[in-house]
Design a protein around this ligand. Sequence first.
Ligand code: ADP
Length: 260
Amino acid sequence: IPRMSRGLPVRQHIPHVKKVILISSAKGGVGKSTVSSNIALSLQKLGKNVGLLDADLFGPSVPKLFNLSGEPRISDSGKLLPLTNYGLQTMSMGYLIPSEKSAVVWRGMMVIKALQQLLFEVEWNNIDILVIDMPPGTGDTQLTISQQVKVNGAVIVSTPQDIALIDAIKGITMFNKVNIPILGLVQNMSFYVCPNCNHESHIFGNDGVKREAEKQQLDILGSIPINEKICRQSDLGKPIVISDPDSPSAAFYVEIAQKI
Ligand code: ADP
């Protein structure tokens, strides 16, 4: 448990990590994990040494997205060694518990302990940027991470539908409260490009997110189309930035990574 100062927990550095970026969405299913993994791979493409921490204790997706499984080995100093694929170091609750034993049945203390271990007891190897794939929502886990870890900035992922947007704004309020700079919004599944004629359809409208972002004085870091390949490649454990690096879809993620 971290030291306290004036009632607030002292933010700790994650060992061997220079910079920490949170990828957050207030609602599940908006594509946060897909964005996290493709941005992490894009940052790597841009020459950084990158780590990806899956902080979604109750629904980890990194093992599947990176086609990784098995228990992490323990280092000489008793820390968890990351599992690596495509040159990217990863750590996830999914490696620590067998999938049939869901974390849902855990009691409070176990969750807190597991989170501390994921945050501070991983033997990262010389990381320039650690991308943390946050759990959806603004609950205890999100607050613990925001209050205990030295974070450089947060990225909010949202789909253009209004409900998702309203939830995303709740996330923004939380980061403002804990003084974490918000780097901007990523609009996911925001338009559809017809594979036959290349026509762009803005299925959910185009203005909602833009207007809300302006109101909140937030940058839109980028918009990602809804694309069958993005989904299929994620399911196959080979995110599109790796499997189809020259595709327009991969380029959208790299463009966002350049702003981080
Ligand atoms: P979250 O982490 O917010 O719960 P996921 O990243 O798991 O969301 O994405 C939910 C589903 O949507 C997955 O099946 C994923 O492959 C798919 N998906 C995410 N982004 C896109 C996209 N731009 N186009 C098509 N499918 C997408």
